[in-house]
Each structure stands twice: as C-alpha cells, then as structure tokens.
Design a protein around this ligand. Sequence first.
Ligand code: SAM
Ligand code: SF4
Length: 462
Amino acid sequence: MKYINDEKINNLLVGSAKLDSSHLDIILNKAKALKRLTLEESALLLSVSKPLDVQKIFAAASFVKDAIYGRRVVLFAPLYISNLCANTCLYCAFKSDNDLIKRKALTASEIKSQTEWLLNRGHKRILMVCGEQAPKGKSDISYYLEAVKAIYEAQIGKNKIKRVNVNCAPLGVDEFKQLKSSGIGTYQIFQETYHDQTYRLMHPAGTKSDPDNRITAPDRAFKAGIDDIGIGALFGLYDYRFETLGLLSHIEHLEKEFNVGPHTISVPRIEPAEGSELSLHPPHRISDDEFKKVVAILRLSVPYTGIIMSTRESALLRDELLSLGVSQVSAESNTSPGGYSADSRKQAASQFSVGDQRSLDEIVATLINHDYIPSFCAACYRMERTGEAFMQLAKPGTIKGKCSMNALITLQEYLDDFASSAVKAEGYKMISRYFKQLDAADQDKLKLFFAHVVQGRRDEYV
Ligand code: SAM
Ligand code: SF4
C-alpha cells in the first residue's frame, strides 16, 4: 500500500519491546512540551504494558489534551443519507451482497426534514455519511451536492446547521473541488486497515478493493483545496499496534506533502452489523484497555490533531476517553437513513449498532458534570481558520482561548433554546464559573455576546 512501509512498521514493533522507565519519561516529557513524537517513539509507547507505566501515559495524555484544547468538547451528529452500496466490505451491513437489509436513499426533502429533526434537538454540526452508490439517474457527486444543499437549507427558528462534514466515497480532484464549493467543512475517509494483505481480504470487490485509490483520496482532496481532512482506521481488522503506526505514517506523508496533517483522526471499532458474520467476530478484536492506550498515544504523538469518538462506544468508556485526548464526540446518533423520525418501523437498516444511546441533552448533562464545556462552535471553519491556518493558531495555544469563549457562547444558545430545565440550571452555573476565569477584556467581549443571545441573535463567534 502506498505511503505505508510494512517492513519498517514491523521492525519498529519487534524492536520496541525494551523501553525502560527513564526512556519512557524522556518521551513523555517531550510530549508534554507539546512536541510531535517520531514513529519510533510512538512504537515504544505502544510496547508499554506495566500498569504504572500505562497510567503515566494516561496522565501525560490528559495534560496535553488540557494544554491544547482546554475543557471544551465539540458535539456533532451523523446523518446517514443512503445505504445503497456497490462495495462488499466484509464488516459492513451496507455491503452490496447483503440481502437482509432494506435499502434507502433519502430524497432532498427527506434530508432536509432529518436535518430539521436534528436542529430541533439542538445540533449545529452534521457529519453526512453514505454508502458508495448513487441513486438511479444521479452521479455520486451530484447526489452529495444536492444533499449538502438540503442540509444547509434546513432551518428551525434562527438555528441552522453551521458545518457539514462529509464521509463518502473517494472522489477525483475535480469532484472534490465541487464538494468544497458546496461549503463542506471536513472531508473524512477511513483507510479501514493499513495492512495491505488484510485490506485486500476485507474488500474483495468493488471500487473500494484498491487500497491505493483510497489512501490517496486525502491527497486529491488537499489538491482540490479541502484542507480539513479526517482520517481513521477501523480497529479490529488487524493488529492495533500496526494500525496505529499505519495512521501515523499516513499523517507523516500528508505533513511532508502538504505541510499540514489531518484535522481529525477517528478510531472506530468494529460493531455488530446485520448480515456481517465478520463484524460479530472481528479477527483482531481490541480490548477496552488497549483502545484507551491507542487514544492516549495518538494524543501524545500528534498533539494538534483532533480525535473523534463516535457513539459506537459505550457511554461509560466515552466519558473516560475524554480525559485521554478525545476532542469531538457524536451524540444521539442513528446510523440508518431516515432514522431520525418518530416511527422506527419505517426505518431502513442501520449500519451497525450504537453503544451510547443517550440523548443529546443527557450527553450535555454528563459533559457539564465532568466539567467539560459542550461546544457547538464552527467558528474556525466560518473564519477560514482551516488546514495550516488552524494549525498555526493552535500551536501557540491561541485556539484554546478562542475555543473556550466560543464554546461558552454556543452553550448559552443551546441552553436558552433546547436544554431541559435540569441541564439549564447546571449549564448556566458552568458559564458563570468559566466567565470568572477570563480577564476583564474577554469578560467585556463575552458580556456583549451573551446580551445578543438574550436578544435572540444566533451564531455569533470570536
Ligand atoms: N461508504 C463510505 C466508506 O466506506 O468510506 C463512507 C461511509 S461508511 C458508512 C463509514 C465508515 O463506517 C467506514 O469507513 C467504516 O470504517 C465504518 N464501518 C463500517 N462497518 C462498520 C461496523 N460494523 N462497525 C463500525 N464501523 C463500521
Ligand atoms: Fe459500502 Fe462504506 Fe459499508 Fe463498505 S463501509 S460496504 S463502502 S458503506
């Protein structure tokens, strides 16, 4: 597979077994100085297994997370627009040879009403997701453009979706340019596995069977001007340590080629999917403890890259992972096209089962309880602080201040418009607690924004 040196990764994994405690401290101190780690250093961290040493890694990851991201956590919801698919990924319910599921591609008006449902719950950021086959009479790109437009058109009161990220089939440069001009935020694509042989085994037919066409998709997106890219690996297909170094090698390639790495990393684990035997028995199942280690090591290895945690994971584990480095979480997700509606009998099939079933309000409540500021902000994207510009701001820690203020403004909007009375009470207390920590100039600025929210203005940011 392009960009991935199997031999180098295997040698690093074999040779990294003897990390002594003073060397571990050197690596962790480097990470705590917010310096990016080398592949060799990340491999050494992956070899750590003594419980006390693992705790040291966790503590360092918490430190880095707080230093760069502060206490804010960004919330979003996936919106599945179609489960039609021409590929045969062995782990997915949407694979073309799965006759057990009901197929559905939403129309523009259905996409708009699904978005209105999400807006009514308080969501402001959507990840649009779909299988890799356009509905009859449409091309992939024409369907995506129509869908993004429908999402941005939806409106509830003064609330609109601020940012649509997209997880869809890899496209060519010209098509990515069209997607960019439709106003998307991040283009997200998971390589699934960075192990070539496993990749070919898991994707026996269809366009996805070519690993190079997939791993080069972020390059084409960058060339088309989309500089916020999300990458990921589907954990459970191959050895988690290899996948982690594969992800980091992919990031090294992007940094070398485009001067900036991905905006986010996702770490989905395989969940049970209807009609997929493999999803019930993943060949390299990764335990919760190993998974926590992966998240913490990614946080330390690439401190400025966001880490996304989906509702595939249980509520308990997701709450724990926040302190280890996760900066964005999905909430109240449904993985079936048309799934956000009152009548569940009418639903098409879900892609996989969701581990965290809490409502957005419950997730907001838990975040506040754990002293995390729920954020619905999309200011960076609005201000074109994307790609390298975002990284330049993030590096000296400037983004942390802006993010916290924007998080408080968007939290105030959420509380006023959508929260239950219990969440309102705790949320307003949180806002006043954080407000007091700001300097006088920022307090004055924020007072003005809060006054605007009370007057009914929405979607303002610093
Ligand atoms: N069809 C596009 C693709 O494959 O890239 C985009 C959408 S696909 C629904 C999004 C992601 O879902 C895939 O990249 C894969 O990592 C993940 N996925 C598929 N089956 C899964 C399962 N059983 N459990 C967890 N995640 C799964
Ligand atoms: Fe289709 Fe994506 Fe599922 Fe593969 S993972 S079967 S490409 S929807």
